[in-house]
Design a protein around this ligand. Structure first.
Ligand code: HEM
Length: 409
């Protein structure tokens, strides 16, 4: 009976035989109804997880491909698409089975949980196209010219264990267990074809703890994300975030570029600096988030204003001022804080920012911005870039399509 029971039938078993593990995998009606409001559509012209309001948690993984055959790769993305679509609806991966002699298809830890606004976003790194000079999957001619390992920036302290990756999976959800479950099952499906290179979880203040309308604060206590392109403004998104037809490789139209930087923040050092020093570092007031010299968070900064000593009110080397530059280029920042216990070498917190920025062209957006920051940003006294990666975020797909289909055509 168990073997023939479809997803709807399994609900019948509740309270029956007491086979706990199986029963929890039900997607019985009630759970479904309850969780509908927590579902972010997986299918669409763009992948979710970019303009989606940031969920409470992230679990991010960068994978290296071990597959050598293009067909294996195509199959992997097909399998990932159906699994990801199911999980974002709060469903288990694969059909249920009572076969005691094989491992269950779904690992089970998200059973009974809502979708928690889970989004799963896939991207491909430069190594998918060419690695050590080898055209691994016959895709070399399809490599976007902007998709290259990032140049090294002054004072980078990158560690191989946090850097690069052929593929990325960004899972964001309002529940970390749901996000982890997603990545775990996708990695499991990739067994024999890809392995994890690095992974990082992250958080921001939970929606339950703070108003969604308020800009969240980073681990230095400052509002972070005040100035960002407006995700509701299609024109702005097309200009700054989505790759457009004619930009280069048309298979990527509707996709984006993601830059990820694992940036350690020396929070103990920060905590010993004065409020004045802290505010001068960002160029903003801590309490309100307003630009220095202004009252409110979204007031315009006055970069010409001078203090009584004739010095700029918003210091030349402040993070905000340098990041803004001439203001023409923006990046959609969607990062998360991380806190990974203690750094055993120093006894300090191992904490920081998993910086994630989406953009239409890294050569004119992230790279020049980070060059300015790496050289002069006052914030560098308190941070260290430990990891780095770049990915082309694949365009979205409609139902029955497969992520990456335009690339593999
Ligand atoms: C640990 C590292 C970082 C921290 C703690 C941090 C924090 C902040 C804060 C507090 C602000 C001001 C409020 C806001 O507009 O969100 C800001 C602005 C900004 N940051 Fe960062 N940031 C970091 C790294 C980066 C990096 C690596 C980049 C890109 C290369 C970047 C790009 C920007 C941009 C574009 C702005 C807005 C500037 C404007 O137009 O006013 N940040 N950041």
């Amino acid at each position: 009976m168990l073997k023939t029971a479809g997803a709807a039938g399994v609900g019948l078993l509740i309270g029956g035989s007491g086979i706990g593990g199986l029963l929890t995998l039900t997607d019985a009606k009630q759970t479904k109804e309850q969780s509908k409001k927590d579902i972010v559509p997986f299918y669409g012209g763009h992948q979710a997880g970019i303009t989606t309001p940031a969920q409470n948690h992230i679990y991010f993984a960068a994978l290296d491909l071990t597959a050598t055959d293009r067909n294996e790769l195509v199959k992997l993305f097909k399998d990932w698409t159906s699994a990801a679509a199911a999980m974002t609806e709060g469903k288990a991966v694969g059909e249920l089975s009572s076969n005691e002699y094989v491992p269950p298809k779904d690992t089970g830890e998200a059973a009974g949980l809502s979708a928690a606004n889970l989004t799963i976003t896939f991207g491909v790194g430069p190594g998918l196209f060419v690695k050590n000079g080898v055209d691994r999957f016959g895709l070399k001619s399809r490599k976007p010219k902007e998709l290259n390992d990032l140049p090294s920036f002054e004072f980078d302290a990158l560690e191989e264990q946090w850097t690069g990756g052929d593929i990325c999976i960004q899972a964001c959800a309002d529940d970390l267990q749901v996000a982890f479950h997603a990545v775990r099952n996708l990695v499991r499906i990739a067994r024999g074809k890809a392995v994890i290179h690095w992974a990082q979880s992250g958080f921001q203040r939970a929606k339950q703890a703070g108003s969604e309308k308020e800009t969240p604060r980073n681990l230095f206590g400052f509002k972070d994300g005040s100035i960002n392109p407006d995700v509701a403004n299609q024109k702005e998104m097309n200009g700054q975030v989505w790759v457009q037809p004619g930009d280069g490789q048309d298979w990527l139209a509707g996709g984006s570029y993601m830059v990820v930087r694992k940036i350690q923040m020396f929070i103990e050092v920060w905590d010993r600096s004065t409020l004045r020093e802290q505010e001068a570092t960002f160029g903003r007031h801590r309490d309100t988030g307003a630009p220095l010299g202004q009252k409110n968070e979204f007031d315009k900064a006055d970069f010409n204003a001078k203090d009584k000593n004739g010095q700029p009110v918003v210091p030349i080397d402040s993070h905000m001022r340098l990041a803004k530059g001439d203001g023409k280029q923006q990046i959609l920042r969607r990062g998360y804080s991380y806190a990974d216990g203690m750094d055993p070498q120093t006894g300090s917190f191992d904490a920081g920012l998993l910086f994630i920025g989406f953009q239409r062209n890294p050569e004119t957006q992230f790279i020049p911005m980070q060059k300015r920051l790496a050289r002069n940003d006052k914030l560098n006294e308190y941070t260290s870039h430990k990891g780095s990666a770049i990915f082309a975020i694949l365009p979205g797909v409609e139902r029955n399509g497969s992520i990456g289909e335009t690339l593999f055509l």
